[in-house]
Design a protein around this ligand. Structure first.
Ligand code: BG6
Length: 510
């Protein structure tokens, strides 16, 4: 999405990023490699520092070494040049402290002051970005402590001259509408909404940002993007991996909290939203919120009609998963959007673990034109439409093999006047020739620059939970069958085929 960030001169100010939960996987696999790539690309400001905050005792050197290993294993660009890595790592610090201990925060306050001083930043002018990469049950405690020690900084509206303070919160943001609301209330007692960056890493993906540029920047598609031309939309996020040692967390979340509430409803919002008045954070987010608020909620007693759950057969043997778990690893949903643009156009969402391949795509299926003139006689004299006639489908391929394709019907060579489907295609890799930055690179840079367009606003996260919470309540109350088992490597339970077949439609064959 071309945010205000597309302005050419995005210069970041000196700042310190503090990562809470610095010994965790996210820091090592994603956050530090992302910062290292930004550094390599010259996008981090002079005077940039990183502080890892975590409970485990470690020296600066140990922490730097661990981060180096993480970057070697996971970074887009490998840190092969030692001098370059050392220059980056010299600004990495580690602060051992317990999330609940006020002294640890007082120590952090001092450390940040010393870092500012070493960069010649006057008192009160230091810029800080806090990143909560901890288990979610630590969020409120950390927020409280940051406020107590005065590290929440004044919001920009109260002090134009002061350094800025921002906070990034990882998902999951709450576990249902009430807990998300409570977390928002707590957060906004300490920080101002303008300082808060709720992250959904899908929004940092180039292909996800391109949904809007594609829709709005091409005059041939924008007029078709509505109920007059679109028959239905399918959004698929398939993963071939299982829960990969995250059974403890995953079993308390399930596919609906892990994927639908955030990544998939974000994809839906970008496909369905109205054009924003501008590409500024609030204009874009206003339209996304309106789209989410227009989705017709599935009431608890309707979940049997509109949702299907599955669980892959090996799931209960994963470490951290209780023997009798009924957590879903697969969900299919039918959603309707009650607004002028989309009335009557179903949006089918499907996501699952242990499916045949890793694939995320949005497929817009257009209505069939009247095809009578293409009727043909087969060898036995039956008159019918050629089997292979298919409606036009536009596929926005989010990952992997990022690209866009359009399925159209053409006459194949020969004497018959009939239609055969063929694909027109575009691939990012071949067309742009450049490697796309990782989602976390883009998002960290945007937060440092103060551009919240690709982050979730308070009302947006609550709108998404308002849709998902009654579904979870309906499942708990037994309004739908328990998750059906499916074999790893299959496309999920048969019940999902029935869900879409009830509407005389089929899932796309991959
Ligand atoms: C995370 C989920 O948010 O997204 C994971 O917690 C999932 O379960 C991951 O595997 C998928 O992200 P991506 O970028 O690999 O599609």
């Amino acid at each position: 999405m071309p945010t205000s960030s597309s302005a050419p001169n995005r210069t970041a100010e000196p700042c310190t990023v503090v990562i809470f939960g610095a010994s965790g996987d996210l820091t090592k696999r994603k956050l530090v490699p992302a910062l290292y790539n930004l550094y390599r690309d010259g996008l981090l400001p002079q005077g940039f520092s990183l502080v890892g905050f975590a409970r485990r005792h470690k020296s600066n050197e140990q922490f730097r070494e661990e981060m180096h290993e993480g970057a070697i294993a996971h970074s887009r660009a490998k840190p092969t040049d030692n001098d370059e890595w050392d220059a980056f790592a010299s600004n990495i610090h580690y602060h051992t402290a317990d999330f609940d201990n006020p002294e640890g925060y007082a120590g952090l306050h001092d450390l940040l002051g010393q870092i500012d001083e070493s960069h010649g930043v006057p008192k009160g002018k230091g810029n800080r970005l806090f990143y909560l990469a901890t288990p979610p049950d630590a969020y409120t405690r950390i927020i409280t402590q940051l406020g107590a020690v005065g590290l929440n900084g004044p919001p920009p509206s109260q002090c134009a001259d002061c350094g800025w303070t921002r906070i990034i919160i990882e998902k999951p943001f709450g576990r249902d509408l009430d807990s998300a609301h409570e977390l928002n209330v707590h957060l906004l007692n300490v920080f101002d909404e303008s300082q808060v960056y709720r992250i959904d890493h899908y929004l940092g993906k180039e292909t996800v940002q391109n949904i809007l540029t594609f829709r709005l920047g091409n005059s041939i598609f924008e007029p078709l993007w509505n109920r007059r031309y679109v028959d239905h939309v399918q959004i698929l996020v398939a993963e071939n991996i299982g829960v990969e040692g995250r059974g403890n967390y995953y079993d308390t979340a399930g596919a609906i909290r892990d994927m639908i509430q955030n990544h998939m409803l974000q994809l839906l919002a970008l496909v369905a939203m109205e054009p924003p008045a501008s590409f500024t954070a609030n204009a874009v987010r206003n339209e996304k919120v309106k789209a989410l608020q227009s989705v017709r909620p599935i009431r608890a007693d309707e979940v049997g009609r509109y949702t299907v759950r599955g669980q892959y057969t090996d799931y209960r043997n994963e470490s951290g998963v209780p023997a009798g778990s009924t957590t879903e690893t697969y969900v299919a949903l039918k959603l309707m959007i009650d607004n002028w643009r989309w009335s009557g156009v179903p949006f089918y969402l499907r996501t699952g673990k242990a499916l045949p391949q890793r694939l995320t795509e949005v497929a817009i299926q257009f209505r069939q034109p009247p095809l009578m003139i293409f009727s043909h006689q087969d060898h036995e004299g039956h008159v019918g439409l050629a089997d292979e006639m298919e409606p036009n489908v536009l596929i926005l391929r989010i990952q992997p093999n990022e690209g866009i394709s359009l399925r159209i019907g053409l006459k194949p060579p020969g004497s018959e006047m009939r239609l055969q489907p063929v694909d027109l295609g575009f691939h990012y890799g071949t067309s742009f020739g450049a490697e796309a930055p990782e989602a976390y690179e883009r998002l960290l840079l945007d937060a440092i620059l103060g551009d919240a367009t690709l982050f979730i606003r308070r009302d947006e996260v609550e709108a998404a939970w308002s849709l998902v919470t009654p579904i979870m309540e309906g499942w708990t109350a037994g309004y739908a069958p328990k998750p059906s088992p499916y074999w790893p490597g299959s496309w999920g339970p048969d019940a999902a085929d029935t869900l879409i077949a009830q509407d005389q439609r089929m899932w796309r064959t991959i």
